[in-house]
Design a protein around this ligand. Structure first.
Ligand code: UD1
Length: 417
């Protein structure tokens, strides 16, 4: 197992390009199950979660091939329909095969994910939606056994705008008979990317990016040749890194409109953010201002940036209030930040962060994907040496983060533990 060693206090400067979005690539690769034939994706990041989805689809009978950022998959030979516990346990997004398998083959067997580090994360809304479309789903030894002769379009109201649920139902509805309307649907940019890809396969979809998505099912779909959108969370993480370290960093390839909520908060914190041709330039302030945030579904402040923003606030002038509204247990990074000298108090889903003048390097442990990024950010700004252990979490969702930061001038190394 590798660990990351950071000697903090270096100013970040230069230009860096963001990778393709993990959270867009995962559903897109699952969408390849909807149509037999060779599909091709570019701008696919090299990450552990992508390895996991590749393994899962290969276990279903698909043939895969990867080279650099290209991901090719032929789903003609798919003849298995099970997402086993071991895979769903390591990556919850594995449940995204449920909708496509059910829509194309009329059957799927998918392990229930169980809890995870950031909360309960049920998939009841995925199930309820598919049942409304006529699927019969029963629980059998921890697995969902789903069957449907032919899915039928339905009007489905989601109690919460679940990202994965919206994606699963949108994919299922693309091949269903008749019209499906998803109300209170998630509006995340990754949903828009998936809808765009499904349309390129021949699906009829309207309203993606709003809370009401209408899908007119078609009898069959064509194959995909698709470029994955840039990773807004990686871009956001790099923006915070620049803000925290009096940096001057150009982040190329990112879509700034996808990060409006974060950009507004970074500006309030004192960052100077300017839009340039094909890039966003972030200049960090001498002194960071305290800013409050509340995480919400898109276009609100993304929960996937909460830990990183908290890292920034540990060094702000004054106190900030950070409220986590999307997941119930997403403050696991707080205890580790306290080890670096951060002054944070938790009360329910709210954290009060009193800025300190400096953080002091220490060994810390990553607990989940975004938490590990937040600890790297703290380490970059801390005095002396910070060691971040258990970085397999980081490798699930950040492509070569330490290399990118080193390129910007950080003193950061990955070494085998
Ligand atoms: C996706 C992202 C994850 C991000 C999250 C919220 C991927 C692969 N992952 O996760 O990085 O943090 O969106 O932006 O894209 N819920 C239910 N019932 C359900 C489904 C969800 O109650 O059936 C609840 C969850 O417990 C959570 C909230 O809805 O409180 C949001 O979860 P959801 O949007 O589904 O997150 P994911 O799709 O798992």
């Amino acid at each position: 197992m590798d660990k990351i060693i950071i000697h903090g206090g270096k100013q970040l400067k230069g230009s860096i390009r963001v990778s393709g979005a993990k959270n867009a690539a995962l559903p897109l690769i699952c969408a390849a199950l909807l149509a037999p034939g060779p599909h091709r994706f570019s701008n696919v990041p090299s990450l552990r979660d992508i390895d996991t989805i590749e393994k899962l689809l290969a276990s279903l009978g698909a043939k895969t091939h990867r080279r650099d950022d290209l991901f090719e998959i032929d789903t003609t030979t798919v003849d298995q329909f099970e997402a086993p516990y071991d895979m769903v346990r390591t990556m919850r997004a594995s449940v995204l095969v449920l909708g496509p398998l059910l829509a194309r083959f009329g059957r799927a067997r998918v392990s229930l994910p169980g809890g995870c580090a950031i909360g309960a994360r049920p998939i009841n809304l995925h199930i309820k939606g598919l049942e409304a479309m006529g699927a019969e789903i029963e629980l059998d030894h921890g697995y969902l056994n789903a069957r449907a002769k032919k899915l039928k379009g339905a009007r489905i109201h989601l109690d919460v705008p679940t990202v994965g649920g919206t994606e699963n139902l949108m994919m299922a509805a693309a091949l269903a008979e008749g019209k499906t309307v998803l109300e209170n649907a998630a509006c995340e940019p990754e949903i828009v990317d998936l809808a765009r890809a499904l349309k390129s396969m021949g699906a009829h979809i309207e309203g993606e990016g709003t809370d009401t998505i209408a899908i007119d099912g078609v009898p069959s779909l064509g194959t995909l040749d698709y470029q994955v959108m840039p990773d807004r969370i990686e871009a956001g993480t790099l923006m915070v890194a620049a803000t925290m370290n009096q940096g001057d960093v150009r982040i190329a390839g990112m879509i700034s409109a996808d990060l409006d909520a974060l950009i507004a908060k970074l500006r309030q914190a004192g960052a100077e953010i300017t839009m340039e041709e094909g890039a966003v330039r972030v200049r960090g302030p001498r002194r960071i201002e305290a800013v409050n945030i509340i995480t919400r579904p898109h276009p609100g402040f993304p929960t996937d940036m909460q830990a990183q923003f908290m890292a920034l606030m540990t060094l702000a002038k004054g106190a900030s209030v950070i409220t986590e509204n999307v997941f119930e247990n997403r403050f696991m990074h707080v205890c580790e930040m306290q080890r670096l000298g951060a002054d944070i108090t938790i009360d329910g889903n709210t954290a009060i962060v009193k800025g300190v003048r400096k953080l002091l390097g220490a060994p810390v442990m990553a607990t989940d994907l975004r938490a590990s990024a937040s600890l790297v950010l703290c380490g970059l700004a801390a005095e002396n040496t910070t060691e971040v252990k258990r970085i397999y979490h980081l490798d699930r969702g950040y492509e070569r983060l330490e290399e990118k930061l080193r390129h910007l001038g950080a003193d950061i190394l990955r070494i085998p533990e």
